[in-house]
Structures are given as C-alpha cells and as structure tokens.
Design a protein around this ligand. Structure first.
Ligand code: SPV
Ligand code: MN
Length: 633
C-alpha cells in the first residue's frame, strides 16, 4: 500500500475499496490519478456488494484469468476446439431489449422515436436493482480505448461488470488501455458502463429478465444494464456507447455511426474507402467481408478533418451473426471460426455432446447437445409444439478482427481513412433496386439514409418480417431524434470540401414466387460499381429515385469479378423501377417525419421532389420502368 494516498482521494473511499479489493488490485486502481473514478468504484462496490474487485490491466495474465473465470463459473463452456467457448443467454435474453432500453431525460422531456424515461425515476430504479446484485461474484473493472491509440478521434470507456463473459468479450472486441488511464488520469474524458448479470438459474441464464433494464444517462455519460447477459445489452462499448457517442457527436460536431468501413480496390490498385449502414441481419457483415480490405464491421466514428470525412473503427473485434455462415459463401469467416489458432466465443449456437459447435451453415446435420434453451435433440419441440431450432437465428460469434487476412492495417491509423462513399442497406423484398446512387449529399441523406426502411430480423425481440423505419440503420441506438440526426449530417457537410457519395443497396428483392433475385455473392459487384462511380469511371442512368448502373458496366463487372454471365433479363428484373412501390415508400416515410418536430424542412422539400419525379414517371411509364428506357445522366 502506498503510505500516502494519491492526491484528492479520500480516506473513506479507500476504506471502502480496501474492503473489496486486495492490495494488488487496490494499487492498480489507485495508480490511476482520478479520484472521481475511485469514488465511483467505491460507490458501486458498496451498493452491489461483490466478493471482490478485479482490475484488468490487459496483461496476458489478466486476460487469461478472465477467460479462466468465465469457464470456471460456467458463463462459458469449453468446446473440443482450443480457445473456443460457448456462451448461452437463455431463451428470454437472446437479443437487444428495445422496450427496456431507455434514455434518461428530465421531467416532461421526450425525444421523438426514442424510448425515454424520467431520469430520477430511472436512477432510483437502478439503485434499487443494483443493491447487493453482485454478492458472491467478482466485479471486473476494464479500461478501453474506443479507437486507435493516440488518435484525436478516439473515445474512452470504463466498464464495470460482474460477468467474466462480458469482460472476456470486451477484451476481444476493444483495445484494453489501462496504461492510458494511468498516464492521463482525471484529464481523460471517458464513458462509463455498469453491468450486473443478476441472479442466474441452474442453467446459467439471467433469472430476473422481467427486471432487465438498460438505462442511458447522457448527463453523466454512463449506461446501466442489469438482469441480462446478451452482449447487445451488456457489452458497454458495443451498442450502449453508441448512444453516448451520438450525443457527444452532436455537441462536438462529429458523427457516430452504425456503419462498417471497408476498402474497395479499383483500377490501378487504388483503394477507395466506403462505409455502410445496415440494420442487423441485412448483409452488413457479409458485405464487409467480401470487400478487399476491412477496417470495421459494425461501428464508425467520422470526423471532418482538413475538409475530408475521416473514419476510425472504435472496435478491434467482431460480434457477428453466425446463422447461415457456411464454407461456400463465407469461406474466410468460416475458416476463422474453426481455426485452431483463433479465439472465439460462440453464443447461442448448439454445443453437441462431443464438444462440437453447430450452427445453420455447418455442412453436417446437428446432433444432440445443449443450446440456448437447454438440452436439445433432433426433432425437439417446445411446449407449444413448435420445433426448437438447434442454433438461434441471432446466434453470434465474438472474435478478433486481427485474424482476417484482409484486415486493413489502417485500422490503427490515428487519422482514420478517408470516406468516399456511404452505403445504406435494408432488407426489402419489393421496392428498392440492388444498388442506386443518390443525386447528391442532401438527396442521399434524406431519401436513402433518413428514409431507410427494413424488414425486421431476429436481432431484436419481437415479430420478424415487418417493414420497419430505421433511419441510418441506427434507430435503436439513437439518443437524439431522427430529425436531429439528419440535421447533424447536413451540417457536417459544411465542414467538408469533398463529400462522400451516397448509395442504397438491397440484397433481398424477390420475384413473384418469393425467390431472391440476387445471389449472395452479387454484392461484391455492387461494391465495385460504387468504386468506379466514386472516380467517375462509369456512367449511370437517371431514374426518379437516383442513378442506377448501365447494363454493360454490370455485365463486365459480373464477368471480371465473379466469372459470371449477367443477362439482360436479370438486369431488367432487378433494376426495373418499381414506381408505385416507391411512391408508397415516400408517403410512408413522410408520414413518419411529420410526427418528428425537429425534422429539417429540407427533408420535406427533397421528398416532395422525389414524389413529383415518381408521379411524372408513372404518367409516362406506368407502375414499372424498364431500366433500358432510362437516359444516361
Ligand atoms: C446489431 O444488432 O446491430 C449488432 C448486434 O451489431 S448488437 O450488439 O446486439 O447490437
Ligand atoms: Mn450492429
């Protein structure tokens, strides 16, 4: 123990900490010259009453310890593969909980389309729920950089959790940077995350899921999460931080996005950086993986820097959907998931009796084992007679990006990569063409980003398949209204001299029989087309809703990139403009924004223009426009 206390630390705080932390861990904590941190930890410990405090410095021993603890307390189960474990969330805790995720606000305050709760009420509830909640468990404290070290764009976060699984996940997904906290102490601005699993039942699931709460306190830059394990509800720096980051971005003039960042190679070996926002389960991860290089698969922080939009990845790992990943369509990720050298946490897959892991996409049929709902055998039905899938549709893998052969080394570039295009993708069976360029930044932000819709998938609790409004694919993570979020983007452009181009993509068009019009692999062609457009290397056809590819350019790309014939018939079917459906879409989305009071007026102007173009087109062509009838721009 140091004989004198670090500056500003009170005797009382140290007294409390000493009750929970042994000498080594107390010293680790006090080595960070930040008395507010010490008081917070002491306060949490006194309330939650853990057995002990573990301060994670990110040393190999600490990382090992946390992994071992997750196995010892059965939050993770071993598999027959080295360094690969399985975690189960239980059948009622398999996805993000929208209803119980709230932004805490002052009395009488609300944010359009965002779930809020009166701050004092929320905090009181949390205080109650955290009383004694960690009894008998270890409280882990982790320190993370949300972005490259020494980047002016990076943010920082401290996570307290009683879950070794959550701590383990964060050690994979983020850069542990205890030493930065030691160096910078109270000069460092950081977000805080406090999580408790709550009581677990005999199968290890959070028992009190009806008391699951995820409360975001913007005033204090802190998120609370309790009675849940699912990573989207618990891993603070993942989606919980996104709400804090959006709010900070609003104040400081940067963008915090639910976007991948990839490099696409073009003629002469040039690399063009593109970001992409898609709701979960709409092809985001798979698109990120088919690009030539990958910087990020889920999140991007974008700053205006010397007139350029520069993007960093706050993460270094991936929490990806595993359902459907197979050796043919996704060879790289499939390899990583089973490679003896990689570290992976599988969640909510099937763990077979012989220690193998099974998800939809593994070539052989599933065998008996345990899954997210308990023991499983082929043909198992639930109490309502429905077949229990062996592996859940929102089953996931958590792994390091460093295993990717095409990881872009610029993931560590402190100034990020220049963004030249932004893609917005949704799951849409009947309206949008596979790829389309917006006329300009404002048109793209309004009609492709702010107006994004998608059919619901398994990543959130609730009915699958319903068409949902999801502006910028970030609705679930907004702490400002969608109107304000749009305005942030419009304002952001004023600080740029080179504006990224904006695109929509849709991989989910279907024919009348319900069959997909595109192959999974086609998306790489859309990326290559976007790359060429950014550099003005190919022309485009002007539709009422944007600029679409010329048939010959796509046919050439299909041949070069996929070795495939692309027929005029396929093009015609995929790229016909569904005028009537597009009109419905405009009307639907305008209705939504009419109820959002702070929508910038330009939104309605741009939508009105879009509607006018569509109506004119309908008079001229009818409900569908054959793309061969369109003129070059
Ligand atoms: C998503 O749903 O967008 C994800 C997974 O990336 S979660 O962490 O649950 O948000
Ligand atoms: Mn995501």
């Amino acid at each position: 123990m140091p004989t004198s206390l670090p500056r500003g630390v009170s005797e009382r705080v140290v007294e409390v900490l000493r009750r929970y932390a042994d000498r080594e861990h107390l010293e680790r904590l006090l080595a960070i010259p930040d008395p507010r941190l010490h008081s917070w930890v002491a306060d949490v410990a006194e309330t939650a009453d853990p057995e002990r405090i573990y301060v994670n410095t990110g040393s190999p021993e600490d990382l090992e310890f946390i992994k071992r603890r997750a196995l010892e307390n059965r939050e993770e189960l071993p598999t027959k593969y080295k360094n690969k474990t399985v975690h189960f969330d239980g059948p009622y805790d398999l996805a993000r909980d929208r209803e119980n995720t709230r932004i805490l606000v002052p009395p009488g305050h609300s944010i359009a389309m965002v779930n809020t709760l009166e701050r004092e009420r929320g905090l009181a509830e949390i205080r109650e729920l955290f009383k004694g909640v960690m009894r008998g468990n270890t409280m882990y404290i982790g320190f993370y950089c949300f972005g490259p070290r020494d980047s002016p764009f990076s943010l920082y976060g401290v996570q307290i959790t009683d879950s070794a699984y959550v701590a383990h996940s964060e050690n994979i997904l983020y850069r542990v940077c205890y030493s930065v906290f030691v160096e910078r102490g109270d000069k460092l601005k950081y977000m805080r995350f406090l999580h408790a699993t709550g009581e677990r039942n005999e199968l290890g699931w959070s028992k009190n899921v009806e008391k699951r709460r995820i409360y975001i306190d913007l005033d204090d830059n802190i998120v609370y999460s309790v009675n849940t394990q699912y990573a989207g509800n618990t891993v603070g720096l993942k989606k919980l931080s996104l709400r804090l980051c959006v709010n900070q971005g609003k104040k400081e003039g940067f963008l915090c996005e639910h976007m991948f960042i990839v490099g696409v190679k073009g003629p002469g070996g040039r690399v063009t950086y593109v970001t992409g926002a898609y709701p979960a389960g709409c092809g985001k991860t798979s698109t990120a993986l088919v690009a030539d290089t990958l910087v990020s698969d889920d999140l991007a922080i974008i700053h205006a820097y010397n007139g350029e939009a520069r993007a960093i990845n706050p993460e270094v790992g991936s929490f990806g959907i595993i359902d459907g990943i197979n050796p043919v369509d996704d060879p790289e990720i499939y390899r990583i998931l089973l490679d003896p050298e990689t570290e992976v946490i599988f969640s909510n897959v099937l763990l077979t009796e012989d220690g193998d892991v099974w998800w939809r996409g593994r070539p052989e049929p599933p065998r008996s084992g345990i899954n997210y709902a308990g023991p499983w055998r082929p043909g198992l039905r639930d109490d309502k007679g429905r077949e229990v899938p062996p592996s859940h549709p929102n089953a996931r893998f958590t792994t390091h990006l460093k295993y990717l052969r095409n990881l872009d080394p610029r993931i560590e570039d402190p100034l990020g990569v220049p963004v030249e295009a932004m893609i917005f993708g949704g799951r849409d069976s009947d309206t949008n063409v596979p790829v389309e360029e917006a006329f300009d930044w404002v048109h793209g932000n309004v009609t492709k980003a702010a107006a994004l819709e998608s059919e619901r998938t398994a990543a959130v609790l609730g009915q699958v398949g319903v068409k949902e409004f999801n502006p910028y694919a970030i609705l679930d993570f907004l702490s400002v209204s969608p109107g304000e979020f749009l305005r942030l983007h419009l304002d952001f452009a004023e600080r740029l001299t080179r504006l990224p181009k904006i695109y929509s993509v849709n991989y989910f068009l279907r024919d009348k029989e319900g069959r997909f019009l595109n192959e999974k692999t086609d998306k790489v062609v859309w990326l290559k087309w976007i790359e060429l457009r950014v550099h003005g290397d190919v022309e485009a056809l002007e539709s009422p809703t944007g600029l679409i590819p010329v048939y010959e350019d796509l046919a050439k790309l299909f041949r070069e990139v996929l070795g495939k014939e692309y027929t005029e018939q396929a093009y015609r079917e995929q790229f016909k403009i569904r005028v009537a459906k597009q009109i419905e879409r405009v009307n639907r989305v305008v209705e939504v924004y009419r109820k959002i009071p702070d929508t910038p007026p330009v939104f309605f102007d741009v939508m009105r223009e879009q509607l006018r173009r569509l109506e004119e087109a309908r008079l001229r062509y009818g409900d569908y426009i054959d793309p061969f009838q369109l003129d070059k721009k």
